[in-house]
Design a protein around this ligand. Structure first.
Ligand code: GLU
Length: 472
């Protein structure tokens, strides 16, 4: 069977990580079985749908590398089709006009409640033939009265719902617009969806959707309802728990593969393996193995995983992924001759791309100034002598490469009778503006002779002036 999955977000906010996980599961499922993956934008709620949300969804999908074989399909462009199916169902008496007013419905529910029953529509307009003047009717689906709907959910197992627990669902509002449960059904049918993978907040919609699909003579897809993601406090994940939008993780410097890896592991496992390549996930992921209980989101673990990805990433990939972050810091990374060395020297120390940019920036441009604390701590005492002597020896260094620079710094420390820290730290502050950098020999080698010497000289001047200021 050819597999077709779909991800149908409603564009009423950003793409949140719960949605991204669902999208990823759909994508993995389709990719593993050479199926098709459809992106559908469920934008029939015009009041709540926005163009920005659509863009955030498209950006999020692109950033995560979740490519689709069809779409984006916009439901707002399919309204004629929905109307057509509603007409067809009315004609076949699978649906009917309901003229009940709000007051009537309220009264009906009140009576049901007072009798201790569940409030729901009792089907009183089912057999009405005459319209009621002055009322624009809604359209309701004639839900079967007898029997049960059986769902063999791929995650939750068998779910059985008796039809007498379901009432006649409104499929078109009084202004003629179709409702959510109906548009989903028509789309899933028209698009030949074979597997519906979605959050378990939709599980109550499923029996209704199955009944409508059956009425339309459509193939009923398989369903997999994926448990929600919770915060550490056991509440549904929300802004209170930190970042929940995919683009926010992008902006904070996470790698898309690390985020996807983390999301896949939320509620799915394969032995104790934590790190999976995309290809591994495609070949190993099975929707049937998704755990039944809710998963707890752990931002520290995500950060740890991102760090693991940062350390082992190819510098070229980090340049690609990091371009927007370098740009935000005013650095045109593609124009830097030494980008690869710089990234290589810093990636093992950077938990995120944002941190990578912070640590790398001084290689590409002179720091604006020196960190106050670092100045107080490291530009005192012998620092002046260290920098002056270093300039002397580096000027005449034959080969500008790490081993030679290493020897030079070490012999200087020996000559001055100083510990290595006392030598290396003022150099760091001089070239980086702060007291952190990769190993000093590697740092100077990457910076190049001219930049190194000019920054060391500028630091000497700074110390001179600083001293003059203190004395004066
Ligand atoms: N538009 C629905 C949502 O965003 C999709 C539900 C479904 O997958 O059928 O929750």
């Amino acid at each position: 069977m050819a597999i077709v999955t779909r991800f149908p977000p409603s564009p009423t906010g950003y793409l949140h990580i719960g949605g991204a996980r669902t999208a990823f599961f759909c994508w993995l499922f389709a990719r593993r079985r050479q199926g098709r993956f459809i992106l559908r934008i469920e934008d029939t709620d015009v009041e709540r749908s926005t163009a920005e949300s659509v863009q955030a969804i498209l950006d999020g999908m692109a950033w995560l590398g979740l490519d689709y074989d069809e779409g984006p399909v916009y439901q707002s462009k399919r309204v004629d089709r929905y109307r057509q199916v509603i007409g067809q169902m009315l004609q076949a008496r699978q649906a009917y006009h309901c003229y009940c007013t709000k007051d009537e419905l309220e009264q009906m529910r009140e009576q049901q409640r007072s009798r201790g029953g569940k409030p729901r529509y009792d089907g009183r307009c089912r057999d009405r033939r005459e319209p009621r003047p002055g009322i624009d009717p809604v359209v309701r689906f004639k839900n079967p009265k007898a029997g049960s709907v059986v769902i063999d959910d791929l995650v939750k197992g068998r779910i059985v719902i008796r039809n007498d627990e379901l009432d006649d669902l409104i499929i078109a509002r009084s202004d003629g617009t179709p409702t959510y449960n109906f548009t989903v059904v028509v789309d899933d049918m028209d698009m030949g969806v074979t597997h519906v993978i979605r959050g378990d907040d939709h599980v109550n919609n499923t029996p209704r959707q199955i009944n409508i699909l059956a009425a339309l003579g459509a193939q009923v897809p398989a369903y997999a309802h994926v448990p929600m993601i919770m915060g550490a406090d056991g509440k549904r994940l929300s802004k209170r728990h930190g970042a929940v939008s995919v683009t926010q993780y992008r902006d904070e410097g996470y790698l898309p593969d690390a985020l996807l890896n983390y999301l896949a592991r939320l509620g799915w496992s394969h032995g104790d393996q934590e790190i999976f390549t995309r290809e591994e996930m495609i070949s190993l992921f099975d929707i049937r193995e998704v755990h039944r209980n809710a998963a707890v989101f752990n931002p520290e673990k995500l950060l740890w995983l991102n760090y693991e990805y940062m350390k082992s990433a190819d510098p070229g990939d980090l340049k690609e992924q990091g371009r927007r972050h370098f740009q935000a810091a005013g650095i045109a990374i593609d124009a830097q001759d030494n980008w690869e060395q710089v990234i290589r020297a810093n990636q093992e120390r950077s938990k995120t791309l944002v941190e990578l940019v912070q640590r790398s920036a001084f290689f590409f441009r002179q720091p604006d100034g020196y960190d106050d604390k670092a100045v107080k701590k490291h530009f005192k005492g012998e620092a002046h002598a260290v920098l002056a002597a270093l300039i002397q020896s580096l000027q005449s260094l034959a080969d500008w490469e790490p081993a030679a620079i290493h020897d030079c710094v070490h012999s200087l420390a020996e000559r001055l009778g100083l510990g290595l820290g006392k030598v290396a730290q003022p150099i760091r502050v001089a070239v980086a503006g702060v007291a952190v950098s990769p190993p000093i020999d590697e740092t100077l080698a990457i910076l190049g002779r001219d930049q190194t010497l000019s920054r060391l000289r500028a630091a000497l001047d700074f110390i001179d002036q600083d001293n003059a200021g203190t004395v004066g």
